[in-house]
Design a protein around this ligand. Structure first.
Ligand code: MN
Length: 713
């Protein structure tokens, strides 16, 4: 078993001035926190954090990373360990690393579908504020995969799949090729045990029979390089299992058909020598032009640099060479982890700065960082500051812009889900619709058929899809209401002029009138009336030009045009406001003369209520408008009244006559008799104003048997 001192010795090799006390303290703390835990292998649990710290020491990571490696499972496994406790003992830097690791370990990977796997990878990166968290996590996974044998079979499969889909690609992104290869090979061992065993056997046999061949090539190359004055390190090896396996799958070929199974690596001092070596190799053997790749001139996204060439070598066999400098090799193996090697104890010179620059490029991965210097100042990074990653209840990961709300999430699922999104649960708890989603949260959208988008949503949604859909809905809804209101206004005007609205609509006259106003269809015409762009009178004049002549005190064209610009207000004046739809609330049917108040409803314009109507929200006083009656205009208004009387023969006729005697129209009437010989009559009548209604009420009170007349809402 590795002890604290073994790790300290390793660190002392590359960083003699380190604070080894922190490592000893972390070791002791972790040993105590895990004292009662046993690994599935039967060994003390402490073996695991020690091995992780050891891997980190071999990668020449800094002290904070190694201490965090020792402590990485304490927060999760030991109920006595708290963030406060850790930061008191080890400071904020190490505590933040342990906290970050604990957060990632809570992500449960569920789907290996390629697109989803990519989102999981991004989610992990988004949650990682310090890239060292990811490196420690990878070291943790390396050790877990080395000891996977002790897990139950289904757990082995799941962990291996997760490793292959998430952690090997992440290691690749960070350019740590040794971790990528080891994780891939170990995943294959558990995911395809039969194929893995077969490969193991075939590769071993191939290695054995290729020994002499490899030696011959190395000797030939070394002799030619020395002859040209080049000091180089040359070795040959078989490729790692997973890359062989992938080649077999991708090209659908057998192991025996893979020619470039052996790769030779030539390490030299500088870039110029790389190209010299290439020339020497090509002079020795004929190259396959299609296989030459210059990753020195054009480095890979993870900043891998090397020259690759395949030649027809001895015995006519294909031989692949990778030519690079020692430094390029270290970067190819260590990737971003090399950063800490450079950082510890060194002052950055220009050369290091260049190194940092590619490291920065490597991690920024499709994202643009504004200021490259920021990375040098701090290893703290925010890889996906523009995005947030959340889970659906099914375990899928959704990528949304940072600041997104449940409404954005709902619209990203389907526009219908968005249109009916009435709430959301985040990690099982109800949240408001404007709640800002956080990385790693599980979000469940609650829908209701009665819920509809609302203009207010535009103030907090983030995605353009949500914005567009909400605007579309609001626009459609406003259109619908304008048509409804326009229809109401036109119907009234038609009745006043003793014309049939429905007939005008059905006969196509309305359509024709619409076209004359350059509108597409009758509905657009009604909407224009509803919005106050046209008056109902203009519509009638257009359809029935003869009506115009009979009109009292007819208006000139000029006047009509002016009227067109003025909205139809039906006897209501509104202070300071010109172009607004006006409608009368159906709940209280205000009459000219009533004490009224205007109430602004978004998308509906102004609704006029009687003051004191219970449908007027008193808390929202800023939405009230001062309105008053404009009594010189005549119009009729519907109002409901209840007449209570003794039940008598011919009662309805008597009441009807009384109403008509005051020149009021009855639009509907019903009569209910009660068991004690009383009658309740309900009328909807049309009156001009409050005075008119009072006269009607008086006439009704004069009918024999009537004892109460009330206006009702
Ligand atoms: Mn662990």
């Amino acid at each position: 078993m590795i002890r604290a001192n073994d790790i300290i010795d390793k660190v002392a090799d590359y960083y003699p001035a380190a604070d080894f006390d922190i490592i000893r303290k972390a070791y002791a703390y972790s040993a105590y926190a895990h004292r009662n835990q046993v690994r599935l292998s039967g060994e003390p649990y402490m073996i695991h954090p020690i091995e992780v710290a050891n891997i980190l020491a071999e990668m020449k990571m800094d002290i904070a990373s190694i201490a965090a490696g020792l402590l990485h499972d304490t927060l999760e496994d030991d109920p006595m360990t708290s963030i406060e406790d850790l930061s008191l003992r080890f400071g904020d830097e190490i505590t933040a690393l342990v906290e970050g690791l604990t957060k990632i370990s809570k992500i449960k990977f569920k789907s290996s579908q390629e697109h989803q796997a990519e989102n999981y990878r991004k989610m992990i990166l988004a949650m990682v504020k310090d890239i060292r968290v990811l490196i420690i996590k990878l070291a943790d996974r390396v050790h877990n995969m080395r000891t996977l044998d002790f897990q139950k079979s289904h757990r082995r499969q799941a962990i291996a799949q997760e490793t292959l889909d998430l952690y090997a690609p992440l290691a690749n992104r960070l350019g740590i090729s040794w971790i990528k290869q080891e994780l891939e090979d170990n995943s294959l061992r558990y995911l395809q045990p039969a194929i893995y065993r077969e490969l193991e056997e075939k590769v071993a046999r191939k290695e054995l029979e290729s020994r002499a061949f490899i030696d011959t090539v190395i000797k030939l190359v070394q002799r030619n390089l020395t002859h040209n004055g080049i000091q180089a390190q040359v070795n040959g090896r078989l490729k790692h299992f997973y890359s062989i396996y992938r080649k077999m799958v991708r090209r659908d070929i057998a192991f025996e058909q893979i020619y470039d199974i052996i790769a030779f690596r030539i390490l030299v001092a500088d870039k110029a020598e790389c190209y010299n070596v290439l020339g020497i190799i090509h002079a020795l053997w004929r190259p396959l032009p299609s296989r030459f790749k210059d990753f020195i001139g054009v480095p890979k996204a993870n900043m891998y640099q090397s020259l690759h060439t395949t030649v027809i070598g001895p015995e006519g066999r294909h031989v692949e060479f990778q030519i690079r400098t020692h430094e390029m090799h270290q970067i190819a193996e260590m990737g971003i982890a090399a950063h800490w090697h450079y950082k510890e104890g060194y002052q950055l010179d220009d050369h290091d700065r260049q190194q940092m620059d590619w490291l920065r490029q490597m991690i920024e991965w499709q994202q643009d960082v504004d200021n490259p210097g920021e990375f040098l100042d701090s290893v703290k990074i925010d890889l996906f500051s523009e995005a947030v990653y959340v889970f659906t209840p099914a375990g899928d990961v959704k990528e949304l812009p940072r600041g997104s709300t449940p409404v954005d999430m709902a619209y990203s699922i389907h526009s219908k889900v968005g249109d009916h999104c009435s709430g959301a649960k985040v990690n099982g708890k109800l949240v408001p619709l404007r709640y800002q989603l956080q990385n790693g949260e599980m979000v469940e959208i609650v829908t209701s058929n009665r819920q509809h988008p609302n203009k207010d949503w535009l103030a907090f949604v983030k995605t353009s899809k949500a914005k567009t859909k909400i605007r579309q809905w609001v626009k459609k809804e406003e259109e619908r209401r304008s048509i409804e209101l326009g229809r109401e206004l036109c119907e009234k005007a038609f009745i006043r002029n003793k014309l049939s609205f429905n007939q005008a609509l059905k006969s196509g006259k309305m359509q024709a009138a619409a076209e004359e106003f350059s509108l597409k269809h009758a509905e657009a015409l009604l909407a224009a009336v509803g919005r106050g762009k046209l008056s109902a009178r203009q519509v009638i004049n257009r359809i029935f030009p003869e009506m115009r002549k009979s009109q009292k005190g007819k208006k000139s064209d000029k006047e009509e045009k002016r009227a067109a610009r003025k909205p139809a207000r039906d006897g209501i004046s509104i202070k300071d406001i010109d172009d607004v739809m006006v409608r009368f609330a159906k709940c209280c049917n205000p009459l000219p003369g009533d004490d009224v108040v205007g109430f602004i409803t978004r998308g509906r314009g102004l609704t006029v209520h009687r003051r004191g109507c219970r449908h007027v929200d008193k808390s929202n006083s800023e939405r009230y408008m001062d309105v008053s009656w404009n009594l010189d205009r005549s119009s009729s208004h519907r109002v409901r009244i209840r007449v209570m009387s003794e039940d008598a023969k011919g009662l309805l006729v008597s009441l009807g006559t009384a109403i008509s005697s005051q020149e009021a129209n009855i639009t509907s009437g019903t009569l209910q008799t009660t068991i004690n010989q009383k009658a309740h009559c309900y009328f909807e009548i049309q009156v001009k104003d409050l005075e008119h209604l009072k006269r009607v009420k008086m006439a009704l009170r004069g009918v024999k048997g009537v004892y109460q007349v009330t206006r009702i809402s």
